[in-house]
Ligand binder design. Sequence first.
Ligand code: ATR
Length: 274
Amino acid sequence: MTGSIPLAGVIGWPIAHSKSPLIHGHWLAEHGLPGQYVPLAVAPDDLAGALTMLPKVGFVGANVTIPHKEEALRLADHVSARAGRIGAANTLVFRDGQIHADNTDGEGFLANLRQSAPQWQPASGPALVLGAGGAARAIVDALSHAGVPRILLANRTRDRADRLAAGLDARIDVIDWSEISAHSGAAQTVVNTTSLGMTGQPPLDIELACDAGALVTDIVYAPLETPLLAQARQKGMMAVDGLGMLLHQAVPGFERWFGTRPEVTQALRDKVLK
Ligand code: ATR
């Protein structure tokens, strides 16, 4: 730092659609803090150069998104245990000439459930997780560390689910995609991490058979009420939308860069939804 105001941003390619500048800008204004958070369009070949230069021009850290999450982890000097397990970084802190990499997706996922469904008890039974991409990896890791006793994992391409299960030290049973409805009856927590249900995509084809006390959540947040969540609500299950995960995963980075722990409020949700 040169004495100028702290800078942070989100590094991606492309980056124009990112909601992160809106989220962090809201918190900076809300708390009256000096600082700026900007979108940073960085092409894949330029990531290493950008990570060398940004700390020298006043950046205290950055979020990283597609397609840089894995490469950012490789370029970091220090990797948190959870980012190492997940194999991807979404939050970087630049300190004393070193890059510290973390992954806050799982923490954001859990914080959203705790805020939106305080009655939810992770240890109450198995979870069914649909999908095997980067988000699924962070969520399976978080569920396992939160005390979920067993995770049923299904992905259209089964091989990817097998590889995810083999790479994490958690009790994971991979099931066939065709069996998700049948297995949902055993689950106390159901999580969709696929893009199914998103505007323009087909809905997730599942017949939920969980108890009324079960929790169903989606990482899709456009629309906010996906067909999966509508079905869960209609069957009396707890339903939690995916917008909160996006907002909560931003909290730890903001706190580290700008020194204040921000809150995820209805005003912030409304602003991001507009
Ligand atoms: P992310 O890192 O955000 O999780 P991703 O790696 O692209 O994104 O993963 C997307 C997930 O959605 C995958 O689990 C994908 O299944 P495949 O591994 O079989 O591709 C899943 N997905 C996308 N479209 C799907 C569809 N039409 N039916 C079922 N699953 C789908």
